[in-house]
Every structure is written in structure tokens, then in C-alpha cells.
Design a binder for this molecule. Structure first.
Ligand SMILES: [Zn+2]
Length: 65
């Protein structure tokens, strides 16, 4: 059974998969609810995922003893 190829993605290291948060401002709206600010992760632009980069090959002769 074959699986479709998926892009190589992983959780964003900056937000750990929680790309959007709401921060309370300390103020309340007239209806009593808290006023919040919506903040989106700048690294993943709100997706929670980042593309894996290609592994860098080791330089030959770098691990000489
Ligand atoms: Zn992120």
C-alpha cells in the first residue's frame, strides 16, 4: 500500500505548533468580556508548521582522528 507524498514539514520551533494566541490587555469591553490582542507567530505565519530544510552533508575529512 502506498501513501501519497507529503511535504516534509515539522512543528514550528518558535511556537511549537500553537501559532496564534490571544493576549489579554487588562481592559474589559462594555459587555464585560476581556479585550484581547490576537498575535500570530512570525516564523510560521500562523500555520504552526515549517518546512524541513535539506540536511547539510558533512564535509569530507572533517572527522579525522
Ligand atoms: Zn510558529
Amino acid at each position: 500500500m502506498t501513501h501519497p507524498a507529503r511535504p516534509r514539514m515539522r512543528h514550528c520551533p518558535n511556537c511549537d505548533g500553537f501559532p496564534t494566541v490571544h493576549i489579554t490587555t487588562g481592559h474589559h469591553r462594555p459587555d464585560g468580556t476581556r479585550a484581547t490582542l490576537r498575535v500570530t507567530c512570525r516564523t510560521c505565519h500562523g500555520t504552526g508548521l515549517v518546512r524541513l530544510s535539506a540536511p547539510t552533508p558533512l564535509a569530507s575529512g572533517a572527522a579525522r582522528d
